[in-house]
Structures are given as structure tokens and as C-alpha cells.
Design a protein around this ligand. Structure first.
Ligand SMILES: O=C(O)c1ccc(O)c(O)c1
Ligand SMILES: [Mg+2]
Length: 631
């Protein structure tokens, strides 16, 4: 399958764009005219540069305000087109995109437009070129692909085809199924973009908020299934106008684009019967069964401190690595690992970030298949030498460069704790606090990274994104979105800080990058857990009393119940179906790392977003310079 991306989608100068696009794996580019005009070099030189990168120019665009014009603008349109054809010949590309006319003086009329295209097609054909017609969602007379198709059909010229752009179709709410009635060989080119659902002017929405397929809320898969059902065999291209991407990293945006395309087309191949799509074979999105372990990197002193903290939360020292300075703490199904090795990945992570989470182990059905899926999504596998007695566990790099290991139950990996760890002798008396499993991990990152990491998780794993919520920190906004499996076995929240004054932003700045900022443990009985933790000397984060007064009124709580919450500093939320959520927080450690303990009752499926503001205010009050020190 030929893939392309419009140069407008990527930041950087023209050379940087080309390098990033080629590296990501695309076969071609759409040259957006302004990128070419801004470049200080002739069309032949541009064409050569593109081909030197192993790319082809799949499309030249856009040609504007052409069809349905009165004279003399009509004639001028043909003259302009001939000039563009000259440029295209020098560039070495044969397809020009004509977008529907937005000029107030254009006349409309399907047959008039068709006649203009028949003539344009004639001129193009003489030079071995073609034109494709695209309905802009805000076109003056043509704003719907069905009308554009009717014009192309009536133009009835082999050098005139239709360009479909998922944004224009889906943003207007046009049923993509209508594409199925168009013959595939009359479709000249496919442009893809997604976008978040926002109610705003179409043009503004399109030019500023598009994003990669799978990053937004439009049904791009339905669009693409319909396109492939027509028998279309041409280029599939990304055309993403996005303010944030314009300032992003060319390399990372290009990889996101390629990843989104592979994920999309793999899904289409699975879901649309009878279409052949020439992309590598890969396993379907991986079902994740939860978090098997979380590994911290630390030096000896901090490891001691962390261990004390875990013990105070009811964890028992459960094992020591057979050859490495790595200690395992366990409670219920939760495995926390502390690594104080002086070499290897954990140590490098320590040198860069200080005490922090450096590795996450995910439970999957087939670890090798997970790696294959990740590879197909352009994710780099991580490898380091395997020590004596150690298992080779497949891994990739995730958020902030941290590792994600895959553990399965079908290979030797199921025995990892028995093979790699000696049971701590004697097992320290367990002050079990009733913590059963990891409910969720919260990863903090810059706001601009959120789309990248959401796509990373959703392209590899069978997960969904919850709607983005705004969390008000006294220092600014933090946006939060959860990636979760349908059964809640895996839940990861992504928290995007817009500045450094927020608790999240402070954490990123001080730990030198994105990372896990908190771990939430589940309990089946929050009050019993709170009681046991208190006895073990754990002091929860103190919540404002005003919060409880409001809570009591808001949910009409029984005074006794409200008093219990208040006494234990437990935050509370309730959903529309009577599901309940209880949250207890640890103080901050170091520069803003913390633990959360939650209980879910009655199918509550959220994360207590309504409480986040009050939790953050309490954390900022308690932020103290000591605790979990950093390197
Ligand atoms: O915003 C525009 O003008 C514009 C131009 C060309 C396109 O292919 C498109 O989808 C939008
Ligand atoms: Mg377009």
C-alpha cells in the first residue's frame, strides 16, 4: 500500500520534514504549495531532494477557486492551472488537487463545473497529468463529496478523478457509507484526518484541530472501510492541519502518523470483508490483563526509604533477585520492585530522573505477539544483555523513555518471580492492609505529548480512551484522559501539564521528563485499609474540611457516613447509576510522586475527576522539600 503525508502536517523546514517523513516509513508526500513556495530552491531541486529521500511526490496541492467561475476569471483559472502543470512537471508529480471553489463570485451549477473539469482534464492529459476534485466542507456551492462525485462523473474524463478527505465528509456528518457507490477507479486520491469533536466553524476546526486517525473522535475507520470497499488501490495519505503539530517534533509527529495509518489499515483489513490491503501481517490489538509489576530505580538510601514506605502500606518484602540488587515487595496481586543496580537500564534511568518508576510490567496473553504488534506500530523494542539465570522478557520503550515489559502465562515468563527471585527468608511479617491489585497508573507528561502516548497505547492494546477532562490546579490546567480496557483490568491515566506551576508540571521539571507520578492501589474495603494503615504509621493527605461540607450536601450523604469520610480523609464520588468511588491519598514524596488507594463499588468506572482539584490543592499545601529524595 502506498502511504503519504502532506508536508503541511509536519513541523520544521522542508529538509527536516522530508527526513522525518522518510524515516517514519512513508512512500510519498503531498506537497503543500506554501511549503514549496517558501523553499529557496527550484522545483527540479525539490523533486530531486524528495527522491533522494526515497520518497515520491504523490500530489501537488491545493489549486483553489477554479470551477464555475464567470469570465474572465474562468480563463484565468486555466492559465493558472497551466503554470502549475509546468511546476508539476519539474517537480516530477502527476496529480494536482483542486479543492471546491469558495469564491463569492463563483456561479455554481453541476454541469458548468463538470464542463470546466472536462476541459481541465483535457489540458492535463495532454501533459500526462491528472487532476482530482475535493469538496471542502465550506465550499461555496460544493461542500459534499456526493456533489463533487457527480461533477467528476459528468466531467467523464480519464484525467479527472475524485479526492476524498475524511475530515470534510465526517465533519459535516455525511454518512461515509455513501462512498460505497463510487467506483474505486474514479477515486484519484484519499486524504485522511481525524479531529476531536468540537462545535465550531468548519474551516477553523479543519485548519487548526485536525489530528491523526485514532487521535480524534471522527469515525475514520468507517470512512476507510467504505473507501476500500470501492476497490480503490491508490495512495492513502494523511493531511493534518494542527497548530500543535506545527510546533512539535518532526520525527515524533511523522512516526505518530505512520503508526496511526498502520493501526487504521490493520483494523480495516480485519473489519471489511474481501478487501486486500498490502501492509505487513501483524497480530490484532493486544488484550492486556493488567499490571504485573512496577519497578522503581533508586540508590541504596532511597531504596531503604521506599521499602519503609511500602511496608507502612502493608507490603511484605517477598524476594531478592538471584544476581542483582533488586528487591521485590508484594501485597495481594501487586508486585513492586526496587532496583539499586549500578549498571543497566535502571541505573541510567536513575542518573537522569532520580528515584522514579523506570519500568512497568504488563500482563498479556502472548508476550512475543505483543512485541510483534508493537514493532508493526513502529515502536522500538528494548533489549539489554540478559544476566545468568534471567529470563529474556520482551520490552519496549514507553512514556518518557521508561520501559514496558510484557509477561505472559503461556511461556516461561509466567515463572519470572520464582526463577529470578529468591524468596526473602524469613518472609517479613506481613501487615497486609488489604490492597489487592493496581487500579491504575498515572503518567504525567507535557500536554503536547498526550496525543502521542494515547495513540501509542491504543494502537498496541485493545483499549479505549475516555473523554479528556480538565483538572484545575491552582497553578494552571492539567488535562487528563484514561486509556483503559473494557473490563478495567488495565487502566492508565495520562495527565498533560500545560505549565510548570502545576503539581504535574513541577513533577516533570524536577524529574527531568514524563513519568509515572502516582500509583493507585485497589482495596475491597477502604475503611478497613485506612484503619490498618493508620496503625502502621501511615499519615494520609489531609483534605480540606470545606470539601466534606460540600460533599454531604451534594450527594445528600448520611451525616455519620460523611463523618467517617472526613475522619479518614477519604474522597468520595458517585456516578449516575449509584456506583461509588473512594480515594485515599498518601502525602507527596520528593517532587510530587504519590500513592492513591481506591475502592470501587457498584461498577463505578471513572477516576474521581470531580475530586482532583481538591486533592491537588491539599497536595500543594503539603508539598515539602524532603521525603523521596532525588539524585
Ligand atoms: O483548508 C484548506 O484550504 C484545504 C486545502 C486543501 C485540502 O485538501 C483541504 O482538505 C483543505
Ligand atoms: Mg483535503
Amino acid at each position: 500500500m502506498k502511504t503519504a503525508i502532506a508536508t503541511v502536517s509536519i513541523s520544521g523546514d522542508f529538509t527536516e520534514k522530508l527526513a522525518a517523513i522518510a524515516k517514519a516509513g512513508f512512500s510519498g508526500i503531498e506537497i503543500f504549495e506554501n511549503d514549496f513556495l517558501a523553499f529557496d530552491g527550484g522545483p527540479r531541486e525539490v523533486g530531486r531532494m524528495v527522491r533522494d529521500h526515497g520518497l515520491e511526490i504523490s500530489l501537488y496541492q491545493p489549486f483553489r477557486d477554479f470551477e464555475g467561475m464567470p469570465e474572465p476569471q474562468r480563463q484565468r483559472g486555466f492559465d493558472r492551472a497551466e503554470r502549475k502543470f509546468d511546476v508539476m512537471e519539474e517537480l516530477g508529480t502527476d496529480l494536482m488537487l483542486v479543492c471546491s471553489n469558495v469564491s463569492p463570485i463563483s456561479l455554481g451549477g453541476i454541469d458548468r463545473a463538470a464542463a470546466d473539469f472536462a476541459e481541465l482534464g483535457e489540458r492535463a492529459q495532454k501533459r500526462g497529468l491528472k487532476v482530482g476534485y475535493e469538496a471542502l466542507a465550506w465550499g461555496r456551492h460544493v461542500s459534499d463529496h456526493r456533489d463533487a462525485w457527480e461533477i467528476v462523473r459528468r466531467a467523464d474524463h480519464p484525467a479527472v478523478g475524485l479526492v476524498l478527505d475524511s475530515f470534510h465528509t465526517l465533519a459535516r456528518g455525511i454518512d461515509p457509507e455513501t462512498i460505497r457507490r463510487i467506483p474505486g477507479d474514479r477515486i484519484a486520491f484519499i486524504q485522511l484526518a481525524d479531529a476531536p469533536k468540537i462545535d465550531m466553524d468548519l474551516l477553523y476546526w479543519s485548519r487548526h484541530f485536525r489530528n491523526m486517525p485514532g487521535e480524534g473522535d471522527l469515525d475514520v475507520p468507517a470512512f476507510m472501510r467504505a473507501v476500500m470497499a470501492t476497490g480503490y488501490t491508490g495512495v492513502v495519505s494523511l493531511e493534518i492541519f494542527n497548530d500543535q503539530f506545527r510546533g512539535g517534533s518532526p520525527k515524533s509527529i511523522a512516526i505518530d502518523g505512520y503508526r496511526s495509518l498502520m493501526n487504521l489499515m490493520d483494523g480495516v483489513r480485519r473489519d471489511e470483508p474481501g478487501v486486500a490491503i498490502d501492509i505487513p501481517d501483524m497480530p490484532p490489538r493486544i488484550e492486556a490483563g493488567g499490571i504485573e509489576f512496577v519497578e522503581f530505580t533508586a540508590d541504596e538510601a532511597e531504596a531503604e526509604e521506599l521499602g519503609g514506605l511500602f511496608t507502612a502500606m502493608g507490603f511484605a518484602k517477598a524476594g531478592q533477585h538471584v544476581t542483582k540488587d533488586v528487591t521485590l515487595y508484594r501485597q495481594g496481586e501487586i508486585n513492586l520492585v526496587v532496583n539499586t543496580e549500578r549498571e543497566g537500564f535502571a541505573h541510567s534511568a536513575y542518573l537522569v530522573h532520580g528515584t522514579s518508576v523506570c519500568d512497568i510490567g504488563l500482563k498479556v496473553e502472548d508476550a512475543e505477539a505483543t512485541l510483534t504488534r508493537a514493532r508493526a506500530m513502529k515502536v522500538e523494542p528494548f533489549e539489554q544483555p540478559v544476566g545468568p539465570g534471567e529470563l529474556k522478557i520482551p520490552a519496549i520503550r514507553g512514556v518518557g523513555g521508561g520501559l514496558v515489559h510484557f509477561l505472559d502465562a503461556t511461556s516461561d515468563l509466567r515463572n519470572v518471580w520464582d526463577v529470578e527471585f529468591r524468596t526473602a527468608e524469613p518472609v517479613e511479617a506481613s501487615g497486609d492492609a488489604g490492597l489487592t491489585r493496581i487500579d491504575h497508573l498515572a503518567q504525567t507528561m507535557n500536554y503536547e505529548e498526550m496525543l502521542t502516548w494515547a495513540l501509542f497505547y491504543t494502537a498496541i492494546f485493545e483499549t479505549r480512551r475516555t473523554p479528556m477532562v480538565d483538572i484545575v490546579d491552582p497553578g494552571g490546567l492539567v488535562r487528563s484522559q484514561a486509556i483503559e480496557t473494557a473490563d478495567g483490568a488495565l487502566r492508565i491515566t495520562l495527565n498533560g501539564a500545560e505549565n510548570r506551576k502545576t503539581l504535574a508540571g513541577h513533577f516533570i521539571a524536577e524529574s527531568f521528563g514524563s513519568s509515572v507520578q502516582h500509583i493507585a492501589f485497589q482495596t475491597g474495603d477502604i475503611f478497613a485499609t485506612a484503619e490498618r494503615l493508620k496503625q502502621a504509621g501511615f499519615r494520609p493527605l489531609a483534605i480540606s474540611q470545606n470539601y466534606y461540607d460540600d460533599l454531604e450536601a451534594r450527594f445528600g450523604l448520611e451525616p455519620d457516613f460523611a463523618d467517617r469520610l472526613r475522619a479518614e480523609n477519604i474522597l468520595y464520588d458517585r456516578d449516575g447509576e449509584g456506583g461509588e468511588y473512594f480515594q485515599l491519598y498518601s502525602p507527596n514524596y520528593g517532587e510530587g510522586f504519590f500513592f492513591e488507594i481506591v475502592e470501587r463499588r457498584g461498577g463505578y468506572d471513572g477516576y474521581g475527576a470531580a475530586n482532583a482539584q481538591f486533592r491537588i490543592a491539599a497536595q500543594k499545601r503539603s508539598l515539602r522539600p524532603r521525603g523521596m529524595p532525588r539524585g
